[in-house]
Design a protein around this ligand. Sequence first.
Ligand code: ADP
Ligand code: ZN
Length: 208
Amino acid sequence: MKLILLGAPGSGKGTLAKKITKDFEIPQISTGDMFRQFASEGSELGLKLKSYMDSGKLVPDEVTIEILKARISKDDCKNGFILDGFPRTVPQAEALKSLCEIDSVILVDLAFEEIIKRLVSRRVCPSCGDIDNSEYEGYTGKCRKCGTPLYQRDDDKLETVKNRLEVYEKNTAPLINFYSDRLFKVSSKGTPEETYAPVKTFLSNLED
Ligand code: ADP
Ligand code: ZN
């Protein structure tokens, strides 16, 4: 099963991807996570990637497509994958089309107002990747799964968030039309479990 998660930054793609990965045993491929990994290693490429991310700009298509291509040709992608954060532009979608056939595109839908609220209070575990929110009940600043102190991503500051949403409108929203023949739309207004329920039903039917 080859899937794409489409939606604005902060709409909840990553959280949904983790649930799908667990139930359907296909890897989550997040270009953002891969770029942050490169950035943390401090190579010349990594530093360049970080400067794009910190200003809320997209990484150029050529670089992004190259990295994605290498990733999906790995062994663990044989039975499928979930793309989280790719494609983000029409040229990326066209490049992907020449590589493989995507079964379904899940559009994660949330109002920008709510996205901004969630992103500026989002906190991430540097060790296991778990996502939390400083406004949620029981928040302690430490990861609920592994106890590591959580941090705020550099690009989750308000000004950068606004840039990222503009970039989404302009470059990524057109993909909704590109994939109109295989789109499944879900609202992420509720809890992660409420968001996942209709997706799980849909994917279970897709599998048989
Ligand atoms: P979010 O979806 O919350 O914005 P991501 O972790 O997906 O965060 O992406 C973080 C940053 O990484 C983006 O703002 C962008 O700079 C870069 N990036 C990730 N995926 C892509 C992509 N497919 N094309 C171009 N840039 C990307
Ligand atoms: Zn953790």
